[in-house]
Design a protein around this ligand. Structure first.
Ligand code: COA
Length: 173
């Protein structure tokens, strides 16, 4: 539950039956609809939804990129987070992002995402998780920039970062 919002918000893993609710929310956002296969059982992907009174008001997923495709490196990517316009600025996007990042930390010390350079809401929200820009390009994986450029960001797990810093101090890195 998200304390900032007076309404009870549940963040949970998505189920196959959620596809209609997710795509209804995507339509309200003017975002592309998801193929129902996104919700197929897959231990290598995390799809989460935000629910208020049984209605899906937000969703986000991950993508495991197995190979480097310059400028995108292999790794776990956050993708496609959206929150219904009526429920924005209440911490739901951040909660959907925190849930997916926690899932990634069980698999990797690094998490990536990219967005259009004009998507201030996305960049500010992700910045609070320590994402730093690593590349810019007109195309990243299967996405093309919507006018300007796509910006690729990366964040490191905090304890992994401090281990790495300690290793460099002790000469182990
Ligand atoms: C990006 C998005 C998911 C954020 O969802 P949200 O639930 O409104 O985000 P939160 O309430 O968790 O906001 C977290 C922080 O992000 C930043 N933020 C969110 N929306 C913002 C906006 N419109 N302008 C500037 N900063 C914004 C703020 O720093 C905010 O913290 P604050 O409210 O304490 O100032 C939502 O705006 C959205 O669905 N946008 C359309 C889809 C999209 O672009 N997705 C990202 C693709 S990478």
């Amino acid at each position: 539950m998200i304390a900032r919002y007076a309404r009870r918000v549940i963040i949970r893993r998505a189920l196959p039956d959620d596809v209609l609710g997710i795509n209804g929310m995507h339509a309200a956002c003017g975002r592309s609809l998801w193929d129902s296969r996104v919700l197929d059982e897959d231990p290598d992907r995390c799809v989460v939804v935000a629910v208020i009174d049984g209605e899906i008001v937000g969703a986000g997923k991950t993508h495991h990129q197995l190979e480097d495709v310059i400028p995108a490196r292999a790794g776990y990517y956050l993708g496609g987070v959206s929150v219904h316009p009526d429920h924005r600025r209440r911490g739901i996007g951040r909660a959907l992002t925190a849930a997916r990042i926690d899932w990634v930390w069980e698999r990797s010390d690094t998490v990536l995402y990219f967005t259009d350079d004009h998507n201030v809401a996305s960049m500010r929200m992700h910045a609070s998780f320590g994402f730093e820009e690593i590349a810019r390009s007109s195309a990243i994986l299967d996405a093309r920039a919507d006018g300007g450029a796509l910006v690729l960001f990366c964040a490191q797990r905090r304890d992994a970062r401090s281990t790495r810093d300690a290793d460099s101090l002790t000469g182990r890195a």
